[in-house]
Design a protein around this ligand. Structure first.
Ligand code: NAD
Length: 269
């Protein structure tokens, strides 16, 4: 194919007429029973995607499914633990059986940690890594054949600003989130030739189920609000919008990138 054809500009009207940015996409979203995952499931569906979602909380999964159904979306939600090796193939099989393909994956389920390194049990170290990074690998591995068959797709892995920084008690959290960055870059390199993009999102302080107990304490919330340049905590929707950008054709030439969405938290030394 000559350069003129290969780099042909698409007609602007055609591009901008596509109002819904995920029309025709089928997405798997993990940890969608709360926070960032739920907001992303709702936004992706609103932008035209068919959504398969999971959470280890059955209650959370049902609530997300009800929110999707309330606005007429036919998503499928299952209560499942992403650390369980059976979950990844199950989610991919549901996407293929129910919606006929898989184009989009948002690896979002994650857990925190809270113990000094010298007092950290091996079980806790493994638990955090199993959920935060090993489960992302399992789902990517299960999803790749279907995404290749679909002619390409987008993988959005949720890391954290803690992939690049740290705090007391966060050894397995930081280690696993830095692992997400390395995993994502490698997948981006290996599968770009199949039209698969892989990027990771680094949220800052977001008001969600994970952080609510801390941020509901006025003093703690005030400290973190002040640490951000924008002087506020992030909302799950703030992250969902970045995930939408990465999942959509707006990010057609973005791969292997880590996007920090932290209200300016990390600007200051
Ligand atoms: N909230 C923040 O400030 C913040 C900052 C940086 C990164 N993150 C990351 O964002 C992601 C989403 O977290 P959130 O803040 O929305 O928290 P959240 O607790 O509101 O949502 C996370 C969801 O993941 C689910 N989950 C946890 N372990 C699971 C497992 N093994 N299998 C299936 N589901 C599981 C939980 O049940 C929960 O519904 C996580 O990866 C987290 O590390 C959050």
């Amino acid at each position: 194919m000559g350069a003129a054809m290969r780099y042909r500009r698409r007609d602007n009207a055609e591009v901008y007429a596509a109002m819904k940015r995920l029309e025709g996409r089928v997405a798997i979203i993990t940890g969608a029973g709360s926070g960032i995952g739920r907001a992303t499931a709702l936004l992706f569906a609103a932008e035209g995607a068919r959504v398969v979602h999971c959470d280890r909380s059955a209650e959370g999964t049902e609530a997300t499914q009800a929110l999707l159904a309330a606005v007429g979306h036919d998503g499928v939600g299952i209560a499942a633990d992403v650390a369980d090796e059976a979950t990844a193939p199950r989610l991919v099989a549901i996407a293929l059986e129910k919606f006929g393909k898989l184009t989009t994956l948002m690896n979002n389920a994650g857990v925190g940690s809270n113990a000094l390194t010298g007092e950290m049990s091996i079980e806790e170290w493994d638990r955090v890594h199993n959920i935060n990074v090993r489960a992302q690998f399992l789902l990517i591995r299960a999803a790749l054949p279907a995404m290749i068959k679909a002619g390409g797709g987008s993988i959005v892995n949720v890391a954290s600003v803690m992939a690049e920084a740290t705090d007391y008690g966060l050894a397995p959290y930081c280690s696993s989130k830095a692992g997400v960055a390395g995993l994502t870059r490698t997948v981006a390199l290996e599968y770009g030739k199949h039209g698969i993009r892989a990027n990771y999102l680094m949220p800052g302080p977001i008001y969600t189920g994970l952080t609510r107990a801390n941020f509901d304490r006025d003093q703690i919330r005030a400290v973190w609000e002040k640490k951000t340049a924008l002087r506020r905590l992030g909302q799950p929707e703030d992250m969902a919008k970045v995930a939408l950008f990465l999942a959509s054709s707006d990010a057609d030439y973005v791969t292997g990138a880590g996007i920090r969405a932290d209200g300016g938290l990390m600007l200051r030394a």
